[in-house]
Design a protein around this ligand. Sequence first.
Ligand SMILES: Cc1cc2nc3c(=O)[nH]c(=O)nc-3n(C[C@H](O)[C@H](O)[C@H](O)COP(=O)(O)O)c2cc1C
Length: 203
Amino acid sequence: MMNKLFLLICFFLSSVVVAVSGQDISLPAPVTTGGMPLKDALSKRQSVRAYSGKELNMQTLSDLLWAAYGFNRADKRVVPSSQNRQEIDLYVVLKEGIYLYDAKTNQLRLRVKGDYRKDTGTQDFVADAPLNVLYIANMDKASNRDAACTDCGYISQNIYLFCASEGLASVVRGSVGKEKMHQLLQLTEKQEVLLAQTVGFAK
Ligand SMILES: Cc1cc2nc3c(=O)[nH]c(=O)nc-3n(C[C@H](O)[C@H](O)[C@H](O)COP(=O)(O)O)c2cc1C
């Protein structure tokens, strides 16, 4: 009985807050149904530039990443992709580190350990929010740069609408620490940091 209770408490704690040891993170399966009616979410979508330090829980993070860039068919995603090149990678910047979102396995692959949120942009709020997403294009996969930028827009709008639906706050950012992130993540010359997006709770 006590063992069961202990396991239940451990499970609850692990799913409540994104508290990780700095290794890869296995996300809980995304919940792919429900949410606010689309027109209500459209009515609420807006950019927010003041964030509380409140953390995102693992389930919300998983749901958000699926809504942004998950698969809704065997090899196709919730967003369209020019010539289906799927050239955008989402890097997830959390307090614990920077991770590559692997939508196939629903995991976050650790790329750099440590808190680099403030380096993802020039605006102060980027350090307060629990999540900044980096949109990084693989130019050797993309049909061209315009297509990669366009593909980013779909992902970004999905995050905006997910946030509106879930009572979260967000802003997409062209002001992103491109050079710093490029160096830190040891990207190749064919990879380009295009945009960033901040997510959290409005202050
Ligand atoms: C490509 C793009 C880049 C943007 N870059 C920034 C940015 O660096 N910082 C920022 O605070 N907002 C940025 N925004 C958000 C816009 O300022 C915002 O969408 C606009 O003011 C309209 O406000 P709304 O989103 O609340 O409707 C960007 C938006 C887009 C589409």
